[in-house]
Design a protein around this ligand. Structure first.
Ligand code: KIV
Length: 296
């Protein structure tokens, strides 16, 4: 495995790079990002794929699930991340309803992510049943990433966020889904919330790189939600989430310290204040003295 040494020029990641990494058994890294600051930090840290996920519905906008997020919401956040990202492969999630009517509308909406927001690929949830739409979008020169298993846009059909692929019939369907995406030419396939054994089986079955989230270590890559790894999600994490920092604690401490400094007149200090040039200050003193004298 080759990690680019810090300070060395990094290569631009494309869908071809992802396939090369799979062939070389080099793990692919992916994180979500939803704004300029996190997009920059994630890109500069060397992550391969940055996903502007529709999970921003919950993490950024406070919705209960991803269903209400709009194309305009997604375009707005994708544009912000686009301004930040130089090396990672930038993928934007197509929100619920934007690819469900027919393939013309799906293609028109996918093209908006490329033309209006600078995405390099879009992500669509669903396997076999989306293969034709995905093929149509790829024919229009837009790379598409698939997403199967626990697909959050299907929450009402699944009856909650439940691990998928637990029966033989469900496993067979998942394999058919993955093969359909593989044949359609997906740039990668996100595998979410499925048993490790099924993640491993699908990864061995398809040439397309698989990116797991709760799908075990045998996937070709791993993705997590930025806010989950930073403890910014305000709830108990899913089993697969590993917390790498407690940003909630860092932010709370900083905000409380600022508040305490303002309330106790510790902020701002003289050094944190602007000052008049000496001559202007002297002239101002004279004016103020004259005003005081007139009032006496
Ligand atoms: O929206 C999202 O963040 C996702 C990933 C978790 C795969 O779809």
């Amino acid at each position: 495995m080759s990690l680019t040494p810090i300070g060395e020029p990094r290569q631009k990641i494309t869908s071809a790079t992802l396939r090369e990494k799979k062939l070389r058994h080099e793990p692919i890294t992916c994180l979500t990002a939803y704004d300029y600051a996190t997009g920059r930090l994630v890109d500069e840290a060397g992550i391969d794929i940055i996903l502007v996920g529709d999970s921003l519905a919950q993490t950024m906008l406070g919705h209960e699930n991803t269903l209400s997020v709009t194309i305009d919401d997604m375009l707005h956040h994708t544009r912000a991340v686009r301004r930040a990202v130089k090396h990672a492969f930038l993928v934007a999630d197509m929100p619920y309803g934007s690819y469900h009517v027919n393939s013309e509308e799906a293609l028109r909406n996918a093209a908006r992510f490329v033309k209006e927001a600078g995405a390099e690929a879009v992500k669509i949830e669903g396997g076999e049943k989306r293969a034709d739409i995905i093929r149509r979008i790829i024919e229009a020169e837009i790379p598409v990433t698939g997403h199967i298993g626990l697909t959050p846009q299907s929450v009402n059909v699944m009856g909650g966020y439940k691990v998928q692929g637990k029966s033989l019939a469900a496993i067979e369907q998942l394999v058919r889904d993955a093969v359909a995406l593989d044949r359609a030419g997906a740039a990668c396939i996100y595998l979410e919330g499925i048993p490790r054994e099924v993640g491993a089986m699908i990864t061995a079955e398809v040439e397309t790189p698989t990116i797991g989230i709760g799908a075990g270590p045998e996937c070709d890559g791993q993705v997590l939600v930025f806010h989950d790894i930073m403890n910014l999600t305000f709830g108990p994490p899913a089993k697969f989430v590993r917390r790498y920092a407690d940003a909630a604690a860092v932010i709370t401490d900083a905000v409380q310290a600022f508040r305490a400094d303002v309330v106790s007149h510790q902020y701002p200090s003289d050094a944190e204040s602007y000052h008049l040039p000496k001559e202007t200050q002297a002239a101002l003193e004279t004016v103020l003295e004259r005003k005081r004298a007139m009032r006496r």
